[in-house]
Design a protein around this ligand. Structure first.
Ligand SMILES: Cc1cc2nc3c(=O)[nH]c(=O)nc-3n(C[C@H](O)[C@H](O)[C@H](O)COP(=O)(O)OP(=O)(O)OC[C@H]3O[C@@H](n4cnc5c(N)ncnc54)[C@H](O)[C@@H]3O)c2cc1C
Length: 457
Protein backbone atom coordinates (compact mmCIF):
# COMPACT_ATOMS: atom_id res chain seq x y z
CA UNK A 1 0.00 0.00 0.00
CA UNK A 2 2.95 2.30 0.65
CA UNK A 3 3.82 1.85 -3.03
CA UNK A 4 0.38 3.00 -4.08
CA UNK A 5 0.73 6.06 -1.84
CA UNK A 6 4.00 6.89 -3.61
CA UNK A 7 2.36 6.43 -6.99
CA UNK A 8 -0.53 8.67 -5.91
CA UNK A 9 1.97 11.34 -5.04
CA UNK A 10 3.24 11.19 -8.63
CA UNK A 11 -0.01 11.07 -10.63
CA UNK A 12 -2.55 12.47 -8.18
CA UNK A 13 -4.89 10.89 -5.67
CA UNK A 14 -7.66 10.08 -8.17
CA UNK A 15 -5.46 8.50 -10.77
CA UNK A 16 -4.59 5.33 -8.89
CA UNK A 17 -7.31 2.69 -8.69
CA UNK A 18 -7.29 -0.30 -6.35
CA UNK A 19 -9.59 -2.43 -4.20
CA UNK A 20 -13.12 -3.17 -5.32
CA UNK A 21 -13.06 -0.60 -8.13
CA UNK A 22 -10.13 -2.40 -9.75
CA UNK A 23 -11.53 -5.87 -9.20
CA UNK A 24 -14.82 -4.88 -10.86
CA UNK A 25 -13.02 -4.38 -14.21
CA UNK A 26 -12.90 -7.38 -16.55
CA UNK A 27 -9.32 -8.53 -16.99
CA UNK A 28 -9.30 -8.16 -20.76
CA UNK A 29 -11.34 -8.93 -23.86
CA UNK A 30 -11.20 -12.70 -23.33
CA UNK A 31 -11.36 -12.86 -19.56
CA UNK A 32 -14.46 -11.53 -17.94
CA UNK A 33 -12.93 -12.15 -14.53
CA UNK A 34 -11.88 -9.53 -11.96
CA UNK A 35 -8.60 -7.75 -12.55
CA UNK A 36 -5.98 -8.73 -10.03
CA UNK A 37 -3.11 -6.30 -9.45
CA UNK A 38 -1.67 -4.19 -6.69
CA UNK A 39 -3.18 -1.13 -8.33
CA UNK A 40 -3.82 0.64 -11.61
CA UNK A 41 -1.95 3.88 -12.19
CA UNK A 42 -3.00 6.41 -14.82
CA UNK A 43 -0.28 8.93 -15.62
CA UNK A 44 -1.38 12.07 -17.45
CA UNK A 45 1.88 13.08 -19.15
CA UNK A 46 5.16 11.65 -20.37
CA UNK A 47 6.83 13.18 -17.31
CA UNK A 48 4.49 11.23 -15.06
CA UNK A 49 5.11 8.01 -17.03
CA UNK A 50 8.81 8.61 -16.56
CA UNK A 51 8.46 9.28 -12.82
CA UNK A 52 6.28 6.18 -12.31
CA UNK A 53 8.71 3.93 -14.17
CA UNK A 54 11.73 5.38 -12.43
CA UNK A 55 10.07 4.74 -9.06
CA UNK A 56 9.07 1.18 -10.04
CA UNK A 57 12.54 0.42 -11.42
CA UNK A 58 14.18 1.47 -8.15
CA UNK A 59 11.76 -0.76 -6.22
CA UNK A 60 11.98 -3.60 -8.80
CA UNK A 61 8.22 -3.28 -9.04
CA UNK A 62 6.74 -5.10 -12.09
CA UNK A 63 4.60 -2.90 -14.35
CA UNK A 64 2.17 -3.92 -17.05
CA UNK A 65 1.23 -1.18 -19.47
CA UNK A 66 -2.19 -1.43 -21.05
CA UNK A 67 -4.13 0.27 -23.82
CA UNK A 68 -7.62 -0.87 -24.76
CA UNK A 69 -7.01 -4.43 -23.44
CA UNK A 70 -8.29 -5.95 -26.69
CA UNK A 71 -5.21 -8.12 -27.24
CA UNK A 72 -5.97 -11.76 -27.87
CA UNK A 73 -2.90 -13.33 -26.22
CA UNK A 74 -3.30 -12.45 -22.51
CA UNK A 75 -0.60 -9.82 -22.95
CA UNK A 76 -1.93 -7.57 -20.18
CA UNK A 77 -2.48 -10.33 -17.65
CA UNK A 78 -1.35 -9.21 -14.20
CA UNK A 79 -0.69 -11.05 -10.95
CA UNK A 80 -1.51 -9.51 -7.55
CA UNK A 81 2.05 -8.20 -7.08
CA UNK A 82 2.04 -6.16 -10.29
CA UNK A 83 1.13 -2.58 -11.04
CA UNK A 84 -0.98 -1.88 -14.12
CA UNK A 85 -0.31 1.34 -16.01
CA UNK A 86 -3.12 2.61 -18.23
CA UNK A 87 -2.33 5.33 -20.76
CA UNK A 88 -5.99 6.33 -21.17
CA UNK A 89 -5.25 9.91 -20.01
CA UNK A 90 -2.61 10.32 -22.68
CA UNK A 91 -5.26 10.77 -25.35
CA UNK A 92 -4.35 14.04 -27.02
CA UNK A 93 -4.49 14.09 -30.77
CA UNK A 94 -3.01 16.98 -32.78
CA UNK A 95 -4.83 18.17 -35.90
CA UNK A 96 -3.51 16.23 -38.92
CA UNK A 97 -0.82 17.98 -40.93
CA UNK A 98 -2.37 17.95 -44.40
CA UNK A 99 0.80 19.06 -46.22
CA UNK A 100 3.12 16.53 -44.59
CA UNK A 101 0.28 13.97 -44.34
CA UNK A 102 1.14 13.11 -40.75
CA UNK A 103 -0.55 13.21 -37.38
CA UNK A 104 0.87 13.27 -33.87
CA UNK A 105 -1.06 11.12 -31.42
CA UNK A 106 -0.56 10.18 -27.80
CA UNK A 107 -0.55 6.50 -26.96
CA UNK A 108 -4.01 6.46 -25.36
CA UNK A 109 -5.82 7.76 -28.46
CA UNK A 110 -8.43 5.23 -29.55
CA UNK A 111 -7.85 3.96 -33.10
CA UNK A 112 -11.32 4.93 -34.31
CA UNK A 113 -10.88 8.52 -33.11
CA UNK A 114 -7.64 8.73 -35.06
CA UNK A 115 -9.34 7.31 -38.16
CA UNK A 116 -12.16 9.86 -37.87
CA UNK A 117 -9.79 12.80 -37.37
CA UNK A 118 -7.85 11.78 -40.49
CA UNK A 119 -11.09 11.39 -42.44
CA UNK A 120 -12.28 14.89 -41.44
CA UNK A 121 -9.06 16.28 -42.93
CA UNK A 122 -9.56 14.40 -46.20
CA UNK A 123 -6.95 11.84 -45.22
CA UNK A 124 -6.82 8.18 -44.27
CA UNK A 125 -5.03 6.34 -41.47
CA UNK A 126 -3.91 3.08 -43.05
CA UNK A 127 -4.80 0.64 -40.29
CA UNK A 128 -8.17 -0.86 -39.46
CA UNK A 129 -9.30 -3.76 -37.31
CA UNK A 130 -12.42 -5.07 -35.61
CA UNK A 131 -11.45 -3.67 -32.20
CA UNK A 132 -11.11 -0.12 -33.59
CA UNK A 133 -13.52 1.30 -30.99
CA UNK A 134 -11.30 0.29 -28.04
CA UNK A 135 -7.77 -0.46 -29.27
CA UNK A 136 -5.34 2.41 -28.79
CA UNK A 137 -2.38 3.85 -30.67
CA UNK A 138 0.00 2.47 -28.00
CA UNK A 139 -1.62 -0.96 -28.20
CA UNK A 140 -1.65 -1.27 -31.98
CA UNK A 141 1.97 -0.16 -32.20
CA UNK A 142 3.08 -2.42 -29.35
CA UNK A 143 1.46 -5.43 -31.02
CA UNK A 144 2.39 -4.29 -34.53
CA UNK A 145 -1.24 -4.92 -35.46
CA UNK A 146 -2.21 -5.91 -38.99
CA UNK A 147 -5.92 -5.91 -39.76
CA UNK A 148 -8.00 -5.55 -42.90
CA UNK A 149 -5.91 -3.19 -44.99
CA UNK A 150 -2.33 -4.35 -44.57
CA UNK A 151 -2.47 -5.49 -48.19
CA UNK A 152 -2.63 -1.85 -49.25
CA UNK A 153 -1.00 0.17 -46.47
CA UNK A 154 1.15 -2.30 -44.54
CA UNK A 155 1.03 -3.16 -40.82
CA UNK A 156 1.21 -0.81 -37.80
CA UNK A 157 5.00 -0.57 -38.09
CA UNK A 158 4.64 0.89 -41.58
CA UNK A 159 2.51 3.77 -40.28
CA UNK A 160 5.13 5.12 -37.86
CA UNK A 161 7.52 7.97 -38.67
CA UNK A 162 8.53 9.10 -35.20
CA UNK A 163 8.13 7.70 -31.71
CA UNK A 164 8.41 8.82 -28.12
CA UNK A 165 8.79 6.18 -25.45
CA UNK A 166 10.01 5.77 -21.92
CA UNK A 167 12.53 3.16 -20.83
CA UNK A 168 12.17 1.08 -17.68
CA UNK A 169 14.48 3.44 -15.75
CA UNK A 170 12.41 6.48 -16.72
CA UNK A 171 14.64 7.74 -19.54
CA UNK A 172 12.52 9.44 -22.20
CA UNK A 173 13.54 8.66 -25.77
CA UNK A 174 11.86 11.25 -27.94
CA UNK A 175 12.34 11.11 -31.68
CA UNK A 176 9.11 12.56 -33.01
CA UNK A 177 10.24 13.20 -36.57
CA UNK A 178 7.60 13.77 -39.24
CA UNK A 179 9.61 12.58 -42.25
CA UNK A 180 10.15 9.24 -43.98
CA UNK A 181 13.88 9.25 -44.53
CA UNK A 182 16.06 9.19 -41.43
CA UNK A 183 19.21 7.14 -41.42
CA UNK A 184 20.84 8.85 -38.46
CA UNK A 185 22.01 5.72 -36.72
CA UNK A 186 20.00 2.77 -35.41
CA UNK A 187 16.27 3.12 -35.99
CA UNK A 188 15.35 2.65 -32.33
CA UNK A 189 11.59 3.01 -32.80
CA UNK A 190 11.42 -0.46 -34.33
CA UNK A 191 12.61 -1.99 -31.06
CA UNK A 192 9.47 -0.81 -29.31
CA UNK A 193 6.98 -1.50 -32.09
CA UNK A 194 5.75 -5.08 -31.67
CA UNK A 195 7.54 -5.47 -28.30
CA UNK A 196 4.23 -5.82 -26.39
CA UNK A 197 5.29 -3.44 -23.66
CA UNK A 198 8.36 -5.47 -22.66
CA UNK A 199 11.04 -2.96 -23.71
CA UNK A 200 9.54 0.45 -22.99
CA UNK A 201 6.31 2.41 -22.76
CA UNK A 202 5.22 4.17 -25.95
CA UNK A 203 3.79 7.58 -25.10
CA UNK A 204 3.42 9.33 -28.45
CA UNK A 205 3.88 8.73 -32.18
CA UNK A 206 4.04 10.65 -35.40
CA UNK A 207 2.00 8.61 -37.83
CA UNK A 208 1.85 8.55 -41.59
CA UNK A 209 -1.44 9.42 -43.28
CA UNK A 210 -2.58 8.73 -46.84
CA UNK A 211 -4.89 10.52 -49.24
CA UNK A 212 -8.48 9.56 -48.45
CA UNK A 213 -9.89 7.42 -51.24
CA UNK A 214 -12.94 8.87 -52.97
CA UNK A 215 -14.59 5.63 -53.95
CA UNK A 216 -15.13 2.29 -52.32
CA UNK A 217 -16.30 -0.82 -54.13
CA UNK A 218 -16.97 -4.08 -52.35
CA UNK A 219 -17.80 -7.56 -53.58
CA UNK A 220 -18.27 -11.05 -52.24
CA UNK A 221 -17.10 -13.87 -54.45
CA UNK A 222 -17.50 -17.65 -54.29
CA UNK A 223 -14.88 -20.07 -55.62
CA UNK A 224 -14.67 -23.77 -56.31
CA UNK A 225 -10.93 -24.09 -55.72
CA UNK A 226 -8.15 -22.48 -53.73
CA UNK A 227 -6.14 -22.07 -56.93
CA UNK A 228 -8.97 -19.96 -58.36
CA UNK A 229 -8.88 -17.74 -55.25
CA UNK A 230 -5.16 -17.11 -55.66
CA UNK A 231 -5.65 -16.46 -59.37
CA UNK A 232 -8.36 -13.89 -58.58
CA UNK A 233 -6.01 -12.10 -56.16
CA UNK A 234 -3.41 -11.87 -58.91
CA UNK A 235 -6.00 -10.59 -61.41
CA UNK A 236 -7.40 -7.98 -59.02
CA UNK A 237 -3.98 -6.68 -58.06
CA UNK A 238 -3.30 -5.93 -61.70
CA UNK A 239 -6.74 -5.00 -63.05
CA UNK A 240 -7.66 -2.71 -60.16
CA UNK A 241 -4.42 -0.77 -60.55
CA UNK A 242 -3.26 -0.70 -56.96
CA UNK A 243 -6.65 0.17 -55.44
CA UNK A 244 -7.29 -3.27 -53.89
CA UNK A 245 -7.39 -2.69 -50.13
CA UNK A 246 -8.88 -5.90 -48.68
CA UNK A 247 -8.93 -9.51 -49.80
CA UNK A 248 -10.45 -11.57 -47.03
CA UNK A 249 -10.85 -15.31 -47.52
CA UNK A 250 -13.41 -17.46 -45.71
CA UNK A 251 -13.46 -21.23 -45.93
CA UNK A 252 -16.91 -22.77 -46.38
CA UNK A 253 -17.41 -23.95 -42.78
CA UNK A 254 -17.00 -20.42 -41.47
CA UNK A 255 -19.12 -18.75 -44.16
CA UNK A 256 -21.99 -21.22 -43.86
CA UNK A 257 -21.95 -20.93 -40.07
CA UNK A 258 -21.73 -17.14 -39.88
CA UNK A 259 -24.31 -16.52 -42.59
CA UNK A 260 -26.74 -18.70 -40.64
CA UNK A 261 -25.90 -16.69 -37.52
CA UNK A 262 -25.93 -13.12 -38.87
CA UNK A 263 -28.16 -13.06 -41.98
CA UNK A 264 -30.05 -16.36 -42.27
CA UNK A 265 -32.93 -14.89 -44.30
CA UNK A 266 -30.87 -13.18 -46.98
CA UNK A 267 -27.35 -14.51 -47.52
CA UNK A 268 -25.58 -12.37 -50.12
CA UNK A 269 -24.33 -15.57 -51.82
CA UNK A 270 -25.68 -19.10 -51.36
CA UNK A 271 -23.87 -21.31 -48.89
CA UNK A 272 -21.96 -24.41 -49.93
CA UNK A 273 -19.08 -23.14 -52.08
CA UNK A 274 -15.64 -24.25 -50.85
CA UNK A 275 -14.24 -20.69 -50.58
CA UNK A 276 -15.55 -17.13 -50.33
CA UNK A 277 -13.66 -13.86 -50.65
CA UNK A 278 -14.66 -10.41 -49.48
CA UNK A 279 -12.73 -7.92 -51.58
CA UNK A 280 -12.69 -4.17 -51.50
CA UNK A 281 -11.07 -1.54 -53.68
CA UNK A 282 -10.68 2.10 -52.68
CA UNK A 283 -9.86 4.48 -55.49
CA UNK A 284 -9.64 8.05 -56.60
CA UNK A 285 -11.64 8.10 -59.84
CA UNK A 286 -15.34 8.58 -59.09
CA UNK A 287 -16.22 8.49 -62.80
CA UNK A 288 -14.66 5.17 -63.61
CA UNK A 289 -13.81 3.13 -60.47
CA UNK A 290 -17.20 1.44 -60.12
CA UNK A 291 -17.33 0.53 -63.83
CA UNK A 292 -13.80 -0.85 -63.74
CA UNK A 293 -14.49 -2.80 -60.55
CA UNK A 294 -17.68 -4.32 -61.95
CA UNK A 295 -15.92 -5.17 -65.22
CA UNK A 296 -13.15 -6.96 -63.30
CA UNK A 297 -15.72 -8.94 -61.32
CA UNK A 298 -17.69 -9.77 -64.48
CA UNK A 299 -14.47 -10.94 -66.13
CA UNK A 300 -13.77 -13.30 -63.22
CA UNK A 301 -17.28 -14.73 -63.50
CA UNK A 302 -17.25 -15.07 -67.30
CA UNK A 303 -13.86 -16.77 -67.36
CA UNK A 304 -15.11 -19.28 -64.80
CA UNK A 305 -12.46 -18.19 -62.27
CA UNK A 306 -15.17 -17.23 -59.78
CA UNK A 307 -18.31 -19.30 -59.37
CA UNK A 308 -20.63 -16.56 -58.12
CA UNK A 309 -20.27 -12.87 -57.29
CA UNK A 310 -22.31 -10.15 -55.67
CA UNK A 311 -21.16 -6.53 -55.88
CA UNK A 312 -22.47 -4.33 -53.05
CA UNK A 313 -24.93 -1.77 -54.45
CA UNK A 314 -25.28 0.35 -51.31
CA UNK A 315 -23.42 1.16 -48.12
CA UNK A 316 -25.99 -0.98 -46.29
CA UNK A 317 -25.22 -3.99 -48.46
CA UNK A 318 -21.49 -3.35 -47.98
CA UNK A 319 -21.94 -3.32 -44.19
CA UNK A 320 -23.99 -6.54 -44.35
CA UNK A 321 -21.22 -8.30 -46.28
CA UNK A 322 -18.54 -7.08 -43.85
CA UNK A 323 -20.64 -8.27 -40.92
CA UNK A 324 -20.31 -11.86 -42.14
CA UNK A 325 -16.52 -11.51 -41.94
CA UNK A 326 -16.29 -9.39 -38.77
CA UNK A 327 -18.96 -10.78 -36.46
CA UNK A 328 -17.45 -13.41 -34.24
CA UNK A 329 -19.65 -13.56 -31.15
CA UNK A 330 -21.60 -16.53 -32.63
CA UNK A 331 -18.27 -18.32 -33.10
CA UNK A 332 -17.25 -17.58 -29.51
CA UNK A 333 -20.56 -19.05 -28.35
CA UNK A 334 -20.19 -22.12 -30.57
CA UNK A 335 -16.63 -22.97 -29.65
CA UNK A 336 -16.98 -22.71 -25.84
CA UNK A 337 -13.25 -23.27 -25.16
CA UNK A 338 -12.05 -21.39 -28.22
CA UNK A 339 -8.61 -21.95 -29.73
CA UNK A 340 -7.65 -19.26 -32.22
CA UNK A 341 -4.47 -19.71 -34.24
CA UNK A 342 -3.32 -16.50 -35.90
CA UNK A 343 -0.67 -17.77 -38.29
CA UNK A 344 1.30 -16.77 -41.37
CA UNK A 345 2.28 -19.07 -44.21
CA UNK A 346 3.33 -18.71 -47.80
CA UNK A 347 0.15 -18.64 -49.92
CA UNK A 348 1.49 -21.61 -51.87
CA UNK A 349 1.24 -23.91 -48.82
CA UNK A 350 -1.98 -22.65 -47.25
CA UNK A 351 -4.37 -25.11 -48.82
CA UNK A 352 -2.24 -28.10 -47.84
CA UNK A 353 -1.82 -26.70 -44.32
CA UNK A 354 -5.56 -26.29 -43.79
CA UNK A 355 -6.30 -29.74 -45.23
CA UNK A 356 -3.70 -31.30 -42.96
CA UNK A 357 -5.04 -29.40 -39.94
CA UNK A 358 -8.55 -30.73 -40.63
CA UNK A 359 -7.27 -34.30 -41.01
CA UNK A 360 -5.15 -34.08 -37.89
CA UNK A 361 -7.97 -32.66 -35.76
CA UNK A 362 -10.44 -35.27 -37.01
CA UNK A 363 -8.00 -38.06 -36.18
CA UNK A 364 -6.45 -36.85 -32.94
CA UNK A 365 -9.21 -34.73 -31.42
CA UNK A 366 -12.47 -36.06 -32.86
CA UNK A 367 -14.47 -34.30 -30.15
CA UNK A 368 -13.49 -30.86 -31.59
CA UNK A 369 -16.45 -28.56 -32.21
CA UNK A 370 -15.52 -27.64 -35.80
CA UNK A 371 -12.83 -25.87 -37.78
CA UNK A 372 -13.25 -22.32 -39.06
CA UNK A 373 -10.66 -20.76 -41.32
CA UNK A 374 -10.63 -17.14 -42.44
CA UNK A 375 -7.82 -14.74 -43.11
CA UNK A 376 -6.15 -11.79 -44.72
CA UNK A 377 -5.01 -13.86 -47.71
CA UNK A 378 -3.01 -11.16 -49.43
CA UNK A 379 -0.82 -10.85 -46.31
CA UNK A 380 -0.29 -14.62 -45.96
CA UNK A 381 -2.26 -14.53 -42.69
CA UNK A 382 -4.86 -17.10 -41.68
CA UNK A 383 -7.03 -17.32 -38.57
CA UNK A 384 -7.65 -20.97 -37.84
CA UNK A 385 -10.18 -21.54 -35.07
CA UNK A 386 -11.53 -24.58 -33.34
CA UNK A 387 -13.26 -25.31 -30.06
CA UNK A 388 -13.61 -27.82 -27.29
CA UNK A 389 -16.41 -28.47 -24.85
CA UNK A 390 -13.92 -28.34 -21.96
CA UNK A 391 -10.31 -27.22 -21.60
CA UNK A 392 -8.77 -30.64 -20.83
CA UNK A 393 -7.16 -31.19 -24.23
CA UNK A 394 -6.47 -27.53 -25.02
CA UNK A 395 -2.69 -27.80 -24.63
CA UNK A 396 -2.65 -30.89 -26.80
CA UNK A 397 -4.48 -29.14 -29.64
CA UNK A 398 -2.09 -26.18 -29.41
CA UNK A 399 0.87 -28.55 -29.66
CA UNK A 400 -0.61 -30.23 -32.71
CA UNK A 401 -1.38 -27.06 -34.66
CA UNK A 402 1.78 -25.15 -33.73
CA UNK A 403 3.78 -28.29 -34.54
CA UNK A 404 2.23 -28.22 -37.99
CA UNK A 405 3.05 -24.54 -38.37
CA UNK A 406 6.67 -25.28 -37.52
CA UNK A 407 6.74 -28.01 -40.15
CA UNK A 408 5.30 -25.60 -42.73
CA UNK A 409 7.89 -22.98 -41.69
CA UNK A 410 5.15 -20.49 -40.86
CA UNK A 411 4.80 -17.89 -38.11
CA UNK A 412 2.93 -18.81 -34.92
CA UNK A 413 1.85 -15.17 -34.65
CA UNK A 414 0.93 -13.19 -37.73
CA UNK A 415 -0.53 -10.14 -36.02
CA UNK A 416 -1.76 -10.75 -32.47
CA UNK A 417 1.65 -11.05 -30.79
CA UNK A 418 2.95 -13.62 -28.32
CA UNK A 419 1.85 -12.43 -24.87
CA UNK A 420 1.51 -15.37 -22.52
CA UNK A 421 -0.66 -17.52 -24.74
CA UNK A 422 1.96 -18.29 -27.40
CA UNK A 423 5.11 -18.01 -25.34
CA UNK A 424 5.75 -21.77 -25.09
CA UNK A 425 5.77 -21.97 -28.88
CA UNK A 426 8.05 -19.06 -29.75
CA UNK A 427 10.83 -21.48 -30.70
CA UNK A 428 8.56 -22.94 -33.38
CA UNK A 429 9.08 -19.79 -35.43
CA UNK A 430 12.32 -18.26 -34.11
CA UNK A 431 15.73 -19.87 -33.71
CA UNK A 432 17.54 -20.31 -30.39
CA UNK A 433 20.02 -17.61 -31.49
CA UNK A 434 17.22 -15.19 -32.28
CA UNK A 435 15.56 -15.80 -28.90
CA UNK A 436 18.92 -15.36 -27.14
CA UNK A 437 19.35 -12.03 -28.96
CA UNK A 438 15.86 -10.98 -27.85
CA UNK A 439 16.89 -11.76 -24.25
CA UNK A 440 20.06 -9.65 -24.66
CA UNK A 441 18.01 -6.68 -25.88
CA UNK A 442 15.52 -7.14 -23.04
CA UNK A 443 18.20 -7.21 -20.37
CA UNK A 444 19.99 -4.18 -21.87
CA UNK A 445 16.84 -2.04 -21.90
CA UNK A 446 15.12 -3.41 -18.82
CA UNK A 447 17.87 -4.87 -16.59
CA UNK A 448 15.55 -5.39 -13.61
CA UNK A 449 12.90 -7.04 -15.76
CA UNK A 450 10.08 -4.81 -14.54
CA UNK A 451 8.28 -4.30 -17.85
CA UNK A 452 5.53 -6.78 -18.62
CA UNK A 453 7.47 -9.67 -17.07
CA UNK A 454 6.72 -13.16 -18.27
CA UNK A 455 5.48 -12.04 -21.69
CA UNK A 456 7.03 -13.06 -25.04
CA UNK A 457 10.32 -14.49 -23.66
C1 LIG B 1 -12.87 -7.97 -32.12
C2 LIG B 1 -11.35 -7.94 -32.24
C3 LIG B 1 -10.80 -7.89 -33.51
C4 LIG B 1 -9.41 -7.84 -33.66
N1 LIG B 1 -8.88 -7.78 -34.90
C5 LIG B 1 -7.55 -7.69 -35.06
C6 LIG B 1 -6.98 -7.62 -36.37
O1 LIG B 1 -7.65 -7.70 -37.39
N2 LIG B 1 -5.63 -7.49 -36.45
C7 LIG B 1 -4.83 -7.42 -35.35
O2 LIG B 1 -3.62 -7.27 -35.50
N3 LIG B 1 -5.34 -7.50 -34.10
C8 LIG B 1 -6.67 -7.64 -33.93
N4 LIG B 1 -7.20 -7.73 -32.68
C9 LIG B 1 -6.31 -7.74 -31.50
C10 LIG B 1 -6.13 -6.36 -30.81
O3 LIG B 1 -7.17 -5.50 -31.12
C11 LIG B 1 -4.80 -5.75 -31.16
O4 LIG B 1 -3.78 -6.56 -30.65
C12 LIG B 1 -4.61 -4.32 -30.68
O5 LIG B 1 -3.45 -3.84 -31.31
C13 LIG B 1 -4.42 -4.17 -29.18
O6 LIG B 1 -4.55 -2.81 -28.82
P1 LIG B 1 -4.94 -2.38 -27.32
O7 LIG B 1 -4.88 -0.90 -27.23
O8 LIG B 1 -6.22 -3.01 -26.95
O9 LIG B 1 -3.72 -3.00 -26.53
P2 LIG B 1 -3.73 -3.87 -25.20
O10 LIG B 1 -4.52 -5.11 -25.42
O11 LIG B 1 -4.09 -3.04 -24.03
O12 LIG B 1 -2.17 -4.23 -25.09
C14 LIG B 1 -1.58 -5.04 -26.05
C15 LIG B 1 -0.09 -5.16 -25.75
O13 LIG B 1 0.54 -3.91 -25.96
C16 LIG B 1 1.14 -3.43 -24.76
N5 LIG B 1 0.90 -1.99 -24.71
C17 LIG B 1 -0.30 -1.35 -24.76
N6 LIG B 1 -0.09 -0.03 -24.78
C18 LIG B 1 1.25 0.18 -24.74
C19 LIG B 1 2.09 1.33 -24.74
N7 LIG B 1 1.60 2.55 -24.76
N8 LIG B 1 3.42 1.13 -24.68
C20 LIG B 1 3.97 -0.10 -24.64
N9 LIG B 1 3.22 -1.21 -24.65
C21 LIG B 1 1.88 -1.08 -24.70
C22 LIG B 1 0.50 -4.19 -23.62
O14 LIG B 1 1.36 -4.34 -22.53
C23 LIG B 1 0.23 -5.53 -24.31
O15 LIG B 1 1.38 -6.31 -24.30
C24 LIG B 1 -8.59 -7.83 -32.51
C25 LIG B 1 -9.15 -7.88 -31.23
C26 LIG B 1 -10.52 -7.95 -31.10
C27 LIG B 1 -11.10 -7.97 -29.71
Amino acid sequence: MARLAELRSIVGQHHVVDGEELRSRPQDFWNNVPTTALGLVKPGSVEEVSAVLSFCDRRVQPVIVEGGRTNLVHATLATPDMVLMSLERLNRLQPPNTDGMTVEAEAGVVLENLQLAAQKSGLRFGLDLGARGSATVGGVLSTNAGGFQALRYGVARDQVLGLECVLANGTVLSHLVPYTKDNSGYDLKHLFIGAEGTLGVITKAVLRLHPAPQTVNTALLAFDSFGAVVGALRTMRQALRGTLSSFEIMWREFYDFNVAAVCPAAPPLPIGFPYYVLCEAEGFAPDSDATEFEATMAGLLESGAASDIVVAQSSRQRADIWRIREEFQPEIDLFKVMLDFDVSLPISTMEAFVDETATLLAKEVPENLGLHVIGHLGDGNLHVTTGLANPERKAEVQKLIYGLIRRYRGSISAEHGIGVAKKPFLDHSRSADEIATMRMIKSALDPHGILNPGKII
